[in-house]
Structure formats: C-alpha cells, structure tokens
Ligand binder design. Structure first.
Ligand SMILES: *Cc1c(COP(=O)(O)O)cnc(C)c1O
Length: 372
C-alpha cells in the first residue's frame, strides 16, 4: 500500500484525550465550567478583556457582524483571496461585501487600495491575516480611524502570529479564531470571538445561546434573536489543553516551515512564502507559488502528479468573487481582481503539520522539484 503524506494532521496527545474523557464522566456536557475556563484562558492569551467561545470560526464572524449592527444597505470591505467565510459573514446580514484586491507578496488586502473603495455606506472592514501573515496593521488601523470604520479581524489563520511583537487577534474591534482540525490548534470544530468591548461580548454571548440573557438568564426567555452557536464542554476541555500547548505547537510548525524554506531554496519556477520584517508567523499552512509562466492547468497537473505519489497538496485559495454564487449575485467576472486571481491559479499548499518528519519533507521536495 502506498504511504500517504497528508495535507494536514491534528496533533492530539494523551492530555487532550484525558481532558475530554474527564468531561464525559460528568453530567455537564455544555455551558459549564470548561467553557468558562476556556474563555478566560483564551482572553488572557489574546490579551483581550473578553472571549466568547462558539461552535466555529464562521459563527464567530457572523456574531461579530451582527453585534456591530451591520446589515442591509451597509458595505463592508474585505479580501477576495481568503477562505469564503470572511466574505459570507457579510452576506448573512444582507450587507454588501466590497472586495479590495490583495498585494502580491503576503496576499493580504492591499492597504493602498482600501480608501478608493470607501463610500458613505462603508461601515467596516473584515481583515483576514492570510496564511498566518499579519496585514500591516498600523496602516489599516489609521485608515479605519480616519473613516470611522469598524475593524473585524479574521485571525482564523493567525493564532500565534504577531505584528511588531503584538499578537494577532489584538487589533480589531473584535477578532475571531477558528479551531477546525487543520488550524494551529483544534477542538474538532470550534471558534472564539475576542474583544475589549463589553457590549460586543455580551451581545455575541447572548446570540450564541438562543438570545438568552447573559446574566441570570432563564432557559425559556429569549430577549433577542439568537442562534445555537454553542461549543460543547468536550471541545472546550480539548481547547484548554491545546492552548496550554500553543508555544510547543508553534515551535514545531516553525521547524517544518524552516526546513521547507531551506530545502526549496533556488528551485526555478517556484516562489516561496514572503515574510515581512514586521511579522512573526505561526504557519497555518506552507503555500508555495509557481511562477507566472505556469498556467492554472499546469498547476493542477502538478497537484495531481503529487497525489499519485501519495503526497496530498491543495490549491489554496480560490478567489471568492469567482465562486459560482458570487458571480450570480454580483456579476463578477475574470479580471475583476487580477492579483487574487493570479495567486489562486498558482498556489500549492504543501503537506504541513506539527509532526511532519524531515524524511517526508524531503520526499515532498524531491517530487515537487521533479514535477515543476
Ligand atoms: C478557517 C477559517 C475561517 C472559519 O473557520 P471555521 O471554523 O471552519 O468556520 C474563517 N476565516 C478564515 C480566513 C479561515 O481560514
């Protein structure tokens, strides 16, 4: 049987297993002490006053949009090159996503192009830190302040990264993290919203729990429209351990990234990830790009050839504006955001996880060399 080198793999130890089993010995499987502890620890880690644990990063984004009162008729600036949730959360509330093309190096929103997209209707900006790389926050926050925009920081890929020595998740009016199994830390599914604004935290908390009151809430009294976006005690127990291990996790990811960067140096036709001097990266993924002489089809052929060798790679990400339903809703077409499109034609995410062996890294590098 062919040995598989997977694209990603969660790093779960006996500590996580024991923590989950301990919860299963109790009668409280939701809304209990593990949620409170996870929120307290997470807020402290992120350097924020409040944390609200929920069932996914997408839920945390949705609650942020709602808590900020963004809705019909409002415009929200965001990136066309991201995981789709960072734009969808704007659509959930019938506001309009306004895309600003990314910049070539980091694939983050090009801050120089933000102001030309601001109108009287612009209420906020959703900023994803793409592939763990922080945007130039000083610039973004200056623009937001000048135009009185709310900032929603999508740090789903940036747990453990920092900008000028300050942790990602510390810049937005609210910031979100996500804990799907391929993220730096995982709870299986899960997410969290962090903020220093009590009003945002309370609204998000209430809406995540069917609109119940946050303090002394009655189970069958609902004071606003809410959702069931709750995260279970088992997930929180797992999250507490993963968070305690975050430094170890980031250290392991930096090791893998360092090895890739060393071994992939100087391969013609291959561009390696850019890291700006202001950034410290926790490496959600390791994404290389083929040079511009390659077509999308050639890229896909390389990914398929790697797969036949048991090496799982992926094309990260596809431009949001060209997703079928965005084309239908907004009439977007090829050429609207050329840098995002060019990147999505040329990216290859390589197998990347904490315990990836050097020998497997060598296998990936050898195959990539051969096929490129
Ligand atoms: C993973 C991710 C999310 C959402 O995460 P889920 O927990 O899967 O809902 C949001 N934004 C970005 C940029 C992500 O990478």
């Amino acid at each position: 049987m062919m040995r598989i080198i997977p694209l990603s793999s969660p790093d779960i130890t006996n500590r996580e297993r024991k923590a989950v089993l301990d919860v299963l010995k109790t009668r409280t499987l939701s809304l209990g002490p593990k949620l409170r502890e996870f929120e307290e620890r997470f807020a402290e880690y992120a350097g924020r006053r409040y944390a609200v644990g929920v069932n996914s990063g997408t839920s945390a984004l949705h609650l942020t949009i709602r808590a900020l009162g963004i809705g019909q008729g409002d415009e929200v600036i965001t990136s066309p090159f991201s995981f789709i949730a960072s734009a969808n959360c704007i659509l959930y509330e019938n506001a309009t996503p306004v895309f600003v093309d990314v910049e070539e190096g980091t694939l983050n929103i090009d801050a120089r192009k933000i102001e030309e997209k601001i109108t009287k209707k612009t209420k906020a900006i959703v900023v994803p830190d793409m592939f763990s790389h922080p945007i130039d926050w000083d610039v973004v926050l200056r623009i937001a302040r000048k135009h009185n925009l709310k900032v929603i920081e999508d740090s789903a890929e940036a747990l453990g990264s920092s900008y000028k020595r300050k942790r990602c998740g510390g810049f937005g009016d609210a910031s979100v993290f996500a804990f799907y199994a391929n993220k730096q830390m995982t709870t299986g599914e899960g997410g969290v919203l962090v903020t220093d604004d009590k009003n945002i935290a309370d609204l998000a908390k209430s809406m995540s729990n069917q609109g119940r009151r946050v303090e002394n809430g009655k189970w069958l009294e609902h004071v606003r429209l809410g959702y069931n976006y709750r995260i279970s005690e088992m997930q929180c127990a797992m999250g507490i351990v993963q968070l305690q291990r975050i430094q170890e996790i980031v250290r392991k990811r930096k090791r893998v990234a360092r090895l890739y960067t060393k071994k992939l140096q100087g391969i013609p036709g291959l561009e390696l990830p850019v890291v700006e001097s202001y950034a410290d990266i926790s490496w959600f993924v390791y994404v290389v790009r083929l040079s511009k002489s390659f077509s999308r089809k050639q890229r896909d052929t390389i990914i398929a050839a790697m797969a036949r060798k048991g090496i799982q790679c992926s094309a990260y990400f596809q431009s949001i504006h060209l997703q079928p339903f965005y084309r239908v809703l907004f009439g977007y077409k090829k050429g609207d955001f050329p840098i995002a499109e060019s990147a999505s034609d040329r990216t290859i995410a390589l197998p990347f996880f904490n315990n990836l062996k050097e020998q497997d890294i060598d296998t990936v590098v050898q195959s990539l060399k051969k096929f490129v």
